[in-house]
Design a protein around this ligand. Structure first.
Ligand code: URA
Length: 248
């Protein structure tokens, strides 16, 4: 197995980051520095270390968490705020979130120790769909949603077409479901801000073929192999349909 693949499988990093670790001279195999990307390791007999620490392959884990508001989507926080890892028990300490939800956003967040899987899920070229339910300020008119569907201009460029459903529209607030394929920082909030309806409450309700059904807020469950394979095939088919894609 190629060294970068080994590191990614061991949950150390995405494939690209693993290659950087190798080329920057941080990886040894059997205590010999290896800087060639094509280097092959035997996972059963070779001892791979990153910065002197052994890296072992461990079983891959995929978790679907119903993230509550008030938790950071990261492994640690220098300011001591709660992170999503505080909600996960009895599992590998190499797990990390697949992408991010804002501190105050709730909903579907995946965690894994599989660097390749993460890369495929978050890379803009693969464009797995993400669905959100947004409660926004003010009465949303159906016509305003057309802008979101076609694309709005944000400070980092136009958004790709989205799908939008008006669930409820009241004088003070409205509820809208939105499905996007990109994953820019605070994207949904910025999209609604751009049409004059700031988001008051945001929940991610779906990710590719997954939804939150049967989970209470703060709970998690392991994905089945079928679910993992379905997500990978969704990511693969999007990449096949695409010839480049924006970096977002
Ligand atoms: N879009 C946002 O604005 N926030 C999130 O947490 C996720 C998507």
């Amino acid at each position: 197995m190629r060294l970068a693949k080994y590191l990614a499988h061991a949950g150390m990093a995405s494939r690209r980051k693993a290659e950087e670790l190798i080329t920057s001279g941080q990886v040894t195999v059997n205590d010999t520095l290896v800087e060639q990307l094509a280097f092959l390791v035997n996972p059963h007999t070779d001892c791979v270390k990153v910065n002197g620490k052994p890296v072992n392959l461990e079983p891959k884990q995929y978790i679907l968490l119903y993230k509550p508001a008030g938790y950071l989507s990261s492994v640690t926080d220098p300011f001591g705020r709660p992170t999503v890892m505080d909600l996960i028990r009895d599992t590998s300490d190499r797990l990390y979130p697949v992408g991010r939800l804002d501190f105050d956003t709730e909903g579907l967040l995946l965690l894994t120790n599989d660097g390749d899987f993460t890369n495929k899920m978050i890379h803009p070229r693969h464009q797995v769909t993400k669905r959100y339910r947004a409660v926004v300020k003010g009465r949303v008119q159906p016509g305003e949603l057309k802008h979101l569907e076609k694309g709005v201009e944000l400070d980092d460029g136009w958004t790709s077409p989205a799908r939008v459903w008006l669930i409820q529209s009241g004088k003070n607030e409205s509820t809208v479901d939105i499905e996007i394929r990109e994953g820019r920082k605070r994207q949904v909030k910025r999209m609604f801000q751009a049409i004059g309806h700031p988001v008051l409450h945001l929940v991610r309700t779906g990710f590719g073929s997954l939804d939150l059904s049967d989970l209470a807020i703060g709970q998690y469950r392991y994905l089945t192999l079928d679910e993992v394979e379905q997500l990978l095939s969704l990511a693969g088919s999007q990449a096949d349909n695409d010839n480049g894609g924006d970096i977002s």
